[in-house]
Design a protein around this ligand. Structure first.
Ligand code: 4AD
Ligand code: MG
Length: 467
């Protein structure tokens, strides 16, 4: 018999099926009852809610012994209107198949309310919990929304390489990729490593960003976006950093700073609205169980104008706050890279809404950002969000070959691997801009989860690469 998804039975109008025999399959969440009747709550991952199976203990005596939390079963039975509250329909079991038992003495997901830390230790099973089911379904929805947004705007999905020889952000936080025998590394006469003998014939690493190649796409196709994994070997053990995370990087020819910040704002609002419109059950669950202010916060973001704040003005606001007695752990003055406490002050206390900070000192930003005429600042943008801090980093790109070369030389960036990037400025150079949205930072915002390790199925962080 054809299996029906529980989402279909609980969300669609199934009145025509009432009284007929149907089939569902899934994992047992709970079993309760007495000697006259047994109730099984069954979940198949298609929706946060369970369907209730009603079984006669006399008829299913043997099966019920093996039906414990976590077991996988298939049920054929009559769909009826539910007597109890909380669900519209339930199933009166006529036939039960047990696919896989789950020994109650060892199955770790017994009681409700495990800590997030414990669930990370059983990352292979945590997708079966309500919370992680909700987060993973929303992750899918957000990925789909991202493709929808750009497709509707005529952007092309452009696949940039994961293995690369260039360090886009220039921070030296790359994971090396090699097939060399680490116990017997080929050396040149001067004692340095002979990368010519390595797989690619040069030193390579996992990419920190697809931007540089994305610029090649944008200066040919007009507007592109990437959406893929990126890797950073930064040793930051924070609730907002992963060593492997997903980034969305649109890159647009002929965009200036205003076009760029407008797209950043429109994009995030589209995604948040998509979550509100398409993830209702999961959001209600997360709002109840994880973060009571979640849905309100999402609604407020789509109904508010994001602030455009030049870095220099932001510093003034922070300095005034310090003068009035506000205590920050890290000092503030023009030129510093803002710490998350500073960003949060601006967003959560001063403006009380998302802030797009622009025109940063060139010293604290990457080499490719467009230089302003003041000689001090560049057209970089960071979108700062309540509770998350930086959710997007982007910029207008320096299109002048000479200015870009000067910056590359000042920063001692190795030229030999960048010739192809410089060619975009040599041949048909055009004004262009782009940004990178950290997908997991977005997921933190739309789910209300507190730790970035809990919005990706299998987090990679310093000293953890389990599963
Ligand atoms: O600000 P970042 O480093 O910018 C770039 O990589 C640019 N090349 C993007 C571009 O202009 N195309 O990173 C972009 C975003 C950040 O704003 C943040 O949301 C996220 O990526 N991010 C991280 N997310 C999780 N873990 C980390 N370690 C992250 N580092 C950056
Ligand atoms: Mg950044």
């Amino acid at each position: 018999m054809q299996r029906l998804k529980i989402q279909y039975l609980l969300k669609e109008d199934v009145s025509a099926l009432i009284g007929t025999t149907i089939c569902v399959k899934g994992w047992v969440r709970t079993k309760r009852g007495n000697k006259n009747v047994a109730f099984i709550a069954l979940n198949d991952g298609s929706i946060i809610h369970n369907i209730q199976i009603v079984a006669d203990p006399a008829k299913f005596e043997e099966e019920l012994k093996h039906i414990t939390t976590g077991a996988c079963i298939g049920v054929e039975g009559k769909l009826v209107e539910s007597q109890g509250s909380g669900q519209a329909v339930e199933i009166q079991a006529e036939n039960i198949v047990i696919y896989g038992e789950a020994d109650p003495n060892t199955y770790p997901l017994q009681k409700k309310g495990h800590s997030m830390e414990f669930l990370r230790e059983i990352g292979h099973l945590r997708p079966r919990t309500n919370t992680f089911g909700a987060v993973m379904r929303m992750r899918h929805e957000m990925a789909y929304a991202i493709h929808t947004f750009f497709h509707n705007k005529g952007f092309y999905y452009f696949h940039t390489p994961l293995i690369t020889a260039s360090d886009c952000e220039g921070a030296g936080e790359m994971f090396q990729v090699t097939t060399m025998d680490l116990n017997n590394i080929p050396k040149k006469e001067d004692g340095s490593v002979d990368y010519e003998q390595d797989f690619f014939g040069k030193q390579t690493a996992l990419t920190v960003s697809g931007q540089l190649e994305g610029e090649l796409g944008a200066t040919a196709l007009g507007a592109i976006y990437t959406f893929g994994p990126t890797f950073r070997a930064e040793n930051s053990n924070t609730p907002r950093h992963l060593a492997e995370f997903w980034m969305v990087e649109p890159e647009m020819a002929f965009y200036d700073l205003d076009d760029l910040t407008a797209l950043e704002e429109e994009f995030i609002k589209f995604l948040v609205k998509w979550a509100l419109d398409n993830c209702k059950e999961d959001l209600e669950f997360l709002n109840n169980m994880i973060d009571k202010g979640l849905i309100e916060r999402l609604k407020s973001v789509i109904n508010t104008d994001f602030v455009r704040l030049p870095y220099t003005e932001g510093i003034k606001i922070l300095e005034e706050a310090v003068a009035k007695g506000h205590k920050f752990e890290f000092p503030v003055s023009w030129g510093v890279d803002l710490a998350s406490e500073h960003e949060r002050f601006l967003v959560e206390e001063h403006f009380k809404k998302p802030v797009i900070m622009i025109d940063y000192p060139k010293e604290i930003k990457a080499f490719y950002m467009k230089q302003n005429d003041d000689g001090k600042t560049v057209q970089g943008t960071d979108v700062l969000f309540p509770q998350i801090g930086e959710i997007i980093g982007g910029s207008v790109r320096e299109e002048s070959y000479d200015k870009l070369m000067t910056r590359i030389t000042e920063l001692n960036i190795p030229m030999k691997d960048m010739w192809w990037y410089l060619d975009t400025r040599r041949y048909g150079s055009c004004p262009h801009a782009g940004f990178g949205l950290g997908f997991e930072r977005l997921m933190l915002f739309v789910t209300g989860m507190a730790n970035i390790r809990d919005v990706i199925p299998f987090p990679r962080t310093p000293k953890t690469a389990e599963f």
